[in-house]
Design a protein. Sequence first.
Length: 165
Amino acid sequence: MKELGEYLKKTRIGNGVSLTEACEDLELSTSHLENIESGNVRAFKDVYELRESVKLYAKYLGLDPDKVVDEFNDFLFQHTSKISLDDIRSAQKKKESEEKKIKSPYTIEHKEKINLWPFVYVIIGVLLLALIIYLVVSNINKAPSRVDELKAYVGKEKSIYEFTN
């Protein structure tokens, strides 16, 4: 990263741009650009932010930002490939312990519970309404029973039959 930072610094000076002028134009702090030009990667907490800053700085200086980012990615690959698996695991455990450490009613995110009872009441109401409508419609369209009419007619025939015999 030092070589890349020196290259960016030489390009800035070659273009006749002062450090403060570049900082004002890019809306970055002076220490931010100084750390990029000196290759001080440890000054940045987020590697992705550093990469975007390098890309923006290269574009500002009139360089091909893709080539500069490729150089940065090569550095990053070499740097991260030297990290042992034990260091990565210990960093993960440290991060997990920090996440578990803070438990306060003010910092814990609460999931919103969905109240299902109104939906249950609506469904029951719709089913009851459908049942009532079904019963009303089935009784309105119900044809009168013809059995009673036939009994009355059969009863009259018997009485006529009985009188004739």
